[in-house]
Write a new protein. Structure first.
Length: 257
């Protein structure tokens, strides 16, 4: 059974998690399908930006499927956790920007999927949270690792150990989301950002993301060394030659012909 809807147009691939009857909750089959679909778009030369969202207006992903998790023992949970972490790593390590269009609830695993995306845009009715402690468990797909890096340790501590939900506006205030927009403007807003990104050099975009994520925990000296090495290497690419030549010639660069 297919749990995703896929659309490709204008250089963008849109993945919609489609389990509206279960608030788009994640189970093993959905995790596997999402991992494969993101990987396929990464390999697709016609796609430069990936947008990830959920079907309907109530939920991006309301979390993992609790009924399925209720039947798991520790070994099953380990497999499920590792599969979810691998899925979030595929998203986070994508050389093509992944934008989360968060419509409604992004709880538990849904919040963790959003955290793995490079940019997060929320509708006004979006709700975020890591409520795992209410079930006697903890986030297992990167919540304890990514959330502190994005919103700071204090905010992450409070969200994770209280299990509280926060509104889209509060998520924006603490830096969890980039923008909050009206529900009916959500996908268009993501596509507008995608169009801006697609005007830029794809290698430069990929290397920028790589430098940001690989150097996050390095010292400033080590991070600068990574950056300057990547900066210099790009000067030998056709992309950089085209970009600088286009600037001097006062024309738009053609990076994706």
């Amino acid at each position: 059974m297919n749990y995703l809807l896929l659309e490709k147009s204008d250089g963008m691939g849109v993945i919609t998690i489609n389990r509206p009857d279960a608030m788009n909750a994640m189970k093993a089959e959905v995790v596997s399908e999402l991992s494969m679909s993101v990987s396929d778009f990464i390999q697709d030369d016609e796609v430069g930006v990936i947008i990830l969202t959920g079907s309907g207006e109530k939920a991006f992903v309301a979390g993992a499927d609790i009924k399925a998790m209720q039947q798991m023992d520790s070994n099953d949970a380990l497999d499920f956790g590792k599969a979810g972490q691998e899925m979030t790593l595929i998203i986070e390590n994508s050389p093509k920007p992944v934008i989360a269009a968060v419509n409604g609830f992004a709880l538990g695993g849904g919040c963790e999927i959003a955290l793995a995306c490079h940019i997060r845009i929320a509708s006004e009715n979006a709700v975020f949270g890591q409520p795992e402690v209410l079930l006697g468990i903890i986030p297992g797909w990167g919540g304890t690792q990514r959330l502190p890096k994005i919103v700071g340790t204090g905010n992450a501590n409070e969200l994770i150990i209280t299990g509280n939900h926060i509104s889209a506006d509060e998520a924006h205030r603490i830096g969890l989301v980039n923008h909050v927009v009206a529900q009916d403007e959500l996908l268009d807003s993501c596509k507008e950002i995608g169009k801006i990104i697609l005007k830029n050099g794809p290698k430069a975009i990929a290397i920028s993301l790589q430098c940001i994520y690989e150097s996050f925990d390095k010292s400033i000296q080590d991070g600068l060394a990574v950056e300057v090495d990547a900066f210099a290497k790009l000067f030998s690419t056709d992309e950089a030659k085209e970009g600088m030549t286009a600037f001097v010639e006062k024309r738009k660069a053609n990076f994706r012909s």
